[in-house]
Design a protein around this ligand. Sequence first.
Ligand code: G3P
Ligand code: MG
Length: 222
Amino acid sequence: MLIIAHRGASGFKPENTITSFLRAIELEAKMIEFDVHVCKSGEAVVIHDFDVDRTTNGKGIVSELTLDALKKFDAGDGEQIPTLDETLNEINGKSMVNIEIKGKNSYKIVAETIKKQIDSSVWEADDFLVSSFNHKDLLKFHKLMPEIKIGVLFEEVPENFHVIAQKLNAYSINADTAFLSKEIVENIHLKGYKIFAYTVNNEDDKIKMEDLNVDGIFTNYP
Ligand code: G3P
Ligand code: MG
């Protein structure tokens, strides 16, 4: 079962910060998940919410703040909100990454950044899994970069999941543990996709997911 560090090792360090990614690498997570938005000045930044209020000492909407403004906030333990570029530079291919596209229209800068990294650094196309709950933006990303693996995010996996997954030539279905059953997992496997389950933060849930035969779990405690 693949262990995916959810927002980095976010159970130990502030979520979606460089320190939480480096901790995940120390803990030998095979994949690190983080969330991306585009900010007002156009850079891709790594933060979960659409605003900075919960995870930093600042206030405001990410898409309405410039990178300069965002960099002034403390994202926990004195950490700054990292850009996607900084994040990939720091992880430096030591773990695979799952980039979750959160912010509307951030798929373009995500594609540009991945391309640039593959052309100029240690990163290879196979190191990336790009996912989103926004299936329209995910399709736009897929058209720009068909060589990158796609994870289709759902809370509850709908009956017609394979219609959506097929359009995206998806690699995995990434779904909430709360709605998973043996039948759904078998169906996902029959249709030829991996199933990664979020978020598993205790031993009981981990055993349940192993019993269901999921291929990977997102956890804050990699
Ligand atoms: O990608 C799995 C998980 O991160 C999706 O939910 O809200 O934690 O981004 P969320
Ligand atoms: Mg996420």
